[in-house]
Design a protein around this ligand. Sequence first.
Ligand SMILES: CC(C)(COP(=O)(O)OP(=O)(O)OC[C@H]1O[C@@H](n2cnc3c(N)ncnc32)[C@H](O)[C@@H]1OP(=O)(O)O)[C@@H](O)C(=O)NCCC(=O)NCCS
Length: 143
Amino acid sequence: MQIEADTPAGLTTRPLAEQVYVNELTTNQQAWFVVAEAPATSTLKGDLVGFAWLQMFYDEAHVMNIVTRPECQGRGIGWQLIQALLAEARRRQAICLTLEVRASNAPAQALYRKCGLQQVGQRKRYYRDNNEDALIMTLMLGA
Ligand SMILES: CC(C)(COP(=O)(O)OP(=O)(O)OC[C@H]1O[C@@H](n2cnc3c(N)ncnc32)[C@H](O)[C@@H]1OP(=O)(O)O)[C@@H](O)C(=O)NCCC(=O)NCCS
């Protein structure tokens, strides 16, 4: 929640209430989270520097959120988080990894393209805060 709070508004979805995370982490068997920790020897001393959240919808793995702490961006953490989500999606035998991303969020789109996702559609005015369109990006997970 702190990492989300430190992220400039208008990039992800809105910050979520603590109880949402508690429920997702403790009761939702279809949700899976991965966190990135700074090395204990670094100035951040083992702090969380990023996280990603996967939700299975039937046989589709949906990326609900992915965030790297602002001062730690550009060091490969986002790429590693997506690789972890892809491994978990495959472990759960998902047919694809899919997500929505704001049309204006070029860094996130570049990350997803680097990980093999492609734009497969668009949702008009998907984001309620500014009526921004979402791009739907997907990677099919073949056998
Ligand atoms: C999107 C986000 C998670 C990327 O995390 P990151 O740890 O900085 O990503 P990485 O360092 O692993 O970068 C991997 C690739 O993403 C792309 N990328 C990352 N930051 C970028 C930027 N500022 N501009 C352009 N491309 C960028 C590049 O393709 C990069 O590969 P490269 O280093 O070989 O050029 C991060 O910018 C973030 O937390 N943004 C705010 C929250 C957000 O927008 N989440 C996505 C919601 S859909």
